[in-house]
Design a protein around this ligand. Structure first.
Ligand code: MD3
Ligand code: FE
Length: 203
């Protein structure tokens, strides 16, 4: 089913479930060339969530700042291409949520292990906020939190499970959001991990 979360935001429960094997195989192929790594924030803190990217641009952070760049700083080579399974899912989910014609050029892949979290932030390193972001959850469940345009806005919690897809567009595109500390657990497809794909138009 489709649930409205906020203005322009919708959760599509289980939308990615039938593609779980293809999505996880694609993540394995990507990480073989661009491994998951713990990036450092501009303030010098190592992120607990491990990240990698695919697409013509990838999101990175280091002491110099947050940005998108065409090469992986670890391999020195371009990021792996966006797999067809990611592009198809992005198009179908965005259309189902009322944002037809979404063509991402970047996908940030987050890997959570028990005890890791992503603190409240906005996604604002992209060139044009008119494009939605499509988020895909795989593996262990997480408690996702989202607020509003101001950091001080009240926060709501939503449980995101394996196969859930969230589409963020319109007024919700710049809402603050984060992921609470992942609890221990085992998932039959991913073990003690959660993966999140965020399909974006960066450039
Ligand atoms: C709300 N990832 O990679 S996805 C991120 O589960 C990120 O790993 C989280 O936040 C995760 O930047 C949350 C849900 C999400 C993604 C983008 C958004 C929510 C959003 C953009 C605007 C508002
Ligand atoms: Fe985000």
């Amino acid at each position: 089913g489709k649930e409205a979360l906020a203005s322009g935001a919708a959760v599509l429960r289980g939308f990615a479930a039938k593609r779980e094997s293809a999505l996880l195989a694609a993540i394995r192929a990507i990480e073989a060339r661009s491994p998951f790594r713990h990036m450092v924030t501009p303030g010098g803190f190592e992120m607990s969530v491990a990240m990698t990217n695919c697409g013509t641009a990838g999101w990175v952070t280091d002491r110099a700042g947050y940005r998108y760049q065409s090469t992986d700083p670890v391999s020195g080579k371009p990021w792996p291409a966006l797999p067809a399974t990611f592009l198809d899912l992005a198009d179908e989910a965005a259309t189902a949520a009322g944002h037809p014609g979404f063509v991402p050029d970047a996908c940030l892949i987050n890997r959570y292990e028990p005890g890791t979290r992503l603190s409240l932030h906005q996604d604002k390193d992209e060139a044009d906020y008119a494009h939605p972001i499509v988020s895909v959850s795989l593996g262990l469940p997480a408690n996702f939190q989202f607020g509003g345009p101001k950091r001080s806005d009240p926060v709501r919690r939503v449980a995101l499970e394996h196969g859930d897809v969230v589409v963020w567009g319109g007024p919700s595109r710049l809402f603050h959001h984060g992921v609470l500390t992942l609890k221990n657990g085992e998932h039959p497809m991913t073990g003690a991990r959660r993966f999140n794909l965020t399909l974006r138009r960066a450039l």
